[in-house]
Design a protein around this ligand. Sequence first.
Ligand code: NAI
Length: 331
Amino acid sequence: MIPGDGIGPAITDAVVRILEAAGADIEWDRQLAGVAALEDRNNPLPPETLESVRANCIALKGPLTTPVGTGFRSINVALRKEFDLYANVRPAHTIVPNGRYRDIDLVLVRENTEGLYSGIEHYIGIGDDRRAAAESVMIVTRFGVERIIRYAFEYAVANGRRKVTLAHKANILKYTQGLFLDIGREISSEYEGRVEFEDVIVDATAMWLVMDPYRFDVIVTENMFGDILSDLIAGLVGGLGLAPGGNIGKDVAIFEAVHGSAPDIVGRGIANPSSLLLSAVMMLEHMEMRGPAERIRRAHVETVHAAENLTPDLGGSGSTDTFTDAVIRRL
Ligand code: NAI
């Protein structure tokens, strides 16, 4: 457990209380990262934290502040790199009633290690202008594509999903995105008769997500497209406050709230624990603790529907503690 900083410790405490009340038998090994670790250990990513994650294979992580401009680089990115967490899984379910769409139930699987976010960039100087041009390289490897596409199909099979949509831009980026699409088609044939497959150009995917999100089920895509589409999908169900996420690798999985450390509300007791709670539910499902996962999911939805003790971001006047108590009462 990495509680994080800002509102992290408060929402982590709330989540631990709910998991305990739901009967999830988990022993937490609490470790520091980010600002909290820098203050305590003079290192934003101490070796003890990495060792704990490596030994336990599963982590739940609160938000970590990334200093802008100066200071250490993003610990979130460092953790993804360290443990080769190649699949970013972002489910979206309608929870808040009377939103724009009813009954949304989608999952986006984003490739998390390569593509245009590989970080290979440079300037090209012309004459006196050292920054006359800039280039970024999009890296797509057969290894990287095969494992993310296979992950999406295996996820679909394990979770009783009917269809995988591959969102791409192979019409313009014929090599990089062409390879992504070709490998996707190859692998899809292994799942014929079990999981449907379609490919859709990414810009059209964005339009269809807004016009008719129900035509999608599991969407798999490269890193940057996934970054953008996953926030779009969160918007379909009321924004980032209720959006969970998991970063999955071969040996290690880290589940985290999608929002940040919310410095503007730290210490006010009004942080909404829902995003971290739903990430913890994903974690329980990953650990095959489906009983507690299902109980928490149901209690949480019922609490939100009853508009009971909702935190101010959801339009209520409750607090982190009263909302947490309300979820526990409904377990
Ligand atoms: P943010 O997500 O922390 O806050 C944006 C707005 O949403 C704020 O008004 C905040 O009060 C509200 N908010 C966020 N989570 C909430 C919750 N659980 N309950 C109620 N209200 C909530 O984004 P911001 O301000 O851009 O980033 C703050 C810091 O967090 C930055 O240092 C950023 O780098 C870091 N960050 C970390 C992430 C992570 O650890 N995965 C993800 C995103 C940002």
